[in-house]
Design a protein around this ligand. Structure first.
Ligand code: ASP
Length: 367
């Protein structure tokens, strides 16, 4: 146990008073001093791509890891997976064909926080965020400085653009999947040149990027049997983004937040909407007032709906033309997730079993 954790443990034990000593489980959700809970059923909750991650995180916890190490080792599985094109190694690159990764994390018991943004050349950015938390006086390092720091901590700097991600980018660059700030020749009024298929580009890949800008991220939150919490989010962000664009994932309070008195929460989906509404922090503050995790996620999503006023971001029905997902667990081990639109799922491990569950939602998806 680190000095900080030990101090924290003593402070929380003292704060809990006689009730905790007797094994009672007080409800610490109304801004009360930190309280040590007992016999909370450990829970790990993640985005739907995190089934293996919640499994591993709970195994790590059972093996005695701190909650923060458990969730980081969980999401490392997804970061290392070249088949997941939304996170870490194999993530889709920016508009220049360069993979820039974002990650943030918080450790409840120590109130620790670390993050990296626009990090190039490192397969597992969450490990660098962990080093920012543990080995610096700062909370967020970006770009070249983040990479130099990563190298100084022994993280290999390597080419993390897989061939599949590169081919997807070539496809996008050719104009078949562009949307937003960069125009295709057709959109700019230029004559359209026939698309030359790069060697090895298969039909499935061609179809999957036709007109859609893929998103993807993993957020993972955990509570252990003492009610201690941690959260981590890691992503390659919006595919084919403007170089330097930073989403919600590395922003503490947006892409994830953890308050050891209350709970842990995080997001996936359109990062701009989450940043503008301080998403994960909003979920935590709602839970602090006693709102259940699912209802806190739904209410934070309603805020996004109210804040989405730009025509280009609205459907004909006047609803957001994008989705956002929130995932949350509170100190008592209650958990929930919600999305703007129906059909979303999340991964959870509770009672030793990992499974996907349906997220709550605001609107039925019509198409
Ligand atoms: N939230 C991420 C971002 O905006 C992307 C995603 O989760 O789909 O960078």
């Amino acid at each position: 146990m680190s000095a900080n954790t030990r101090r924290d443990f003593l402070r929380t034990t003292t704060g809990a008073g006689v009730g905790a000593a007797l094994g009672m489980v007080p409800v610490p959700l109304a801004g009360s001093p930190a309280v040590l809970l007992r016999n909370v059923t450990p829970v790990c909750i993640a985005s739907s791509n995190g089934l293996a991650a919640v499994d591993r995180a709970m195994q790590e916890l059972a093996d005695g890891s701190y909650t923060i190490d458990a969730v980081v080792r969980g999401v490392n599985l997804v970061e290392e997976d070249p088949e997941d094109m939304s996170v870490g190694y194999g993530g889709l690159p920016n508009a220049d064909g360069v993979v820039q990764l974002d990650s943030s994390l918080m450790h409840g018991p120590t109130r620790g926080a670390g993050a990296v943004a626009c990090l190039e050349g490192v397969k597992r950015p969450s490990l660098v965020a962990l080093d920012v938390m543990r080995y610096t006086d700062h909370h967020l390092l970006v770009g070249e400085g983040a990479q130099r720091f990563a190298a100084s901590m022994g993280h290999p700097i390597e080419d993390i653009l897989t061939d599949g991600a590169r081919r997807a980018w070539v496809q996008w660059r050719a104009g078949l999947g562009s949307a937003g700030e960069y125009l295709t020749p057709a959109e700019s009024g230029e004559p359209v040149r026939p698309f030359e298929r790069p060697e090895g580009l298969d039909d499935e890949l061609l179809d999957s990027f036709d007109g859609v800008r893929p998103h993807g991220t993993i957020n993972c939150n955990i509570v252990d049997r003492n009610g201690d919490l941690s959260s981590v989010t890691t992503t390659s962000g919006l595919a084919f983004k403007i170089p330097g664009r930073v989403g919600d994932s590395p922003i503490i309070g947006a892409g994830m937040y953890c308050d050891n008195d209350v709970g842990a929460a995080g997001s996936t989906g359109r990062g701009e909407a989450v940043i503008k509404t301080c998403g994960a922090h909003t979920v935590i503050e709602l839970m602090r007032q006693g709102t259940s995790p699912t209802d806190a996620c739904l209410e934070a999503l309603r805020r996004i709906v109210r804040w989405t006023v730009e025509d280009r971001l609205l459907t004909e029905a006047g609803r957001p033309a994008f989705d956002v997902n929130y995932y949350a667990v509170n100190k008592r081990g209650e958990y929930g997730a919600a999305a703007i639109y129906s059909g979303a799922r999340f991964a959870v491990n509770v009672d030793g079993r990992s499974r996907l569950e349906d997220s709550a939602y605001l609107f039925q998806r019509t198409s």
